[in-house]
Design a binder for this molecule. Sequence first.
Ligand code: ZN
Length: 199
Amino acid sequence: MNRLGIAALVIGLMHSGICCGDEPLHEVSLTRMVQRDNLREWKFIVLHHSATEVGSLESIDAAHKQRKDSDGNPWRGIGYHFVVGNGRGMKDGQVAATFRWTEQCEGAHAGDLQYNTQGVGVCLIGNFEMEPPTPAQLDSLQDLVAALQKGCQIDAKSVIRHTDIKATACPGKRFPMEKLWGGVMKDGEERLVKTRKRE
Ligand SMILES: [Zn+2]
């Protein structure tokens, strides 16, 4: 590679957001996004919807900062570990890791101590009582779940919906769990290979 090529590569890396701290990390590969040195012992992946048509990591963060825990202390911010955009507030299919993932701290999403401390909380923007996720969202979710399963050794039966552990409609009746099971759990390895090839 000539010097110009190297310069272009460096600029490309800078633009990919690799060094951006709390910024959404959508252009970093999902496998790399999931990798942490200080990985907690995660046992579950808990899937949610935002129950709003529009939203982003920032809008949920602002809303969750208004909440208080049972001791009256304000939440530190967004309760999920990952957010997947739907093109309204965030790019369609964009995956963003929150501080709860980068700092490997427990979530505030399940309404249950075990699932908050051992469950990776993933929120898709949208109200899936009304409409299904976008194809790009579902595709990104499948890749994210596959990367998390591999990185944290989480088995297929431990990828669950919020409604599977609590009396809630979340993530909505139009959330296609069957498709997710077909797309991720059976060919998780295949998807990971695909993800790796895209890097
Ligand atoms: Zn939920």
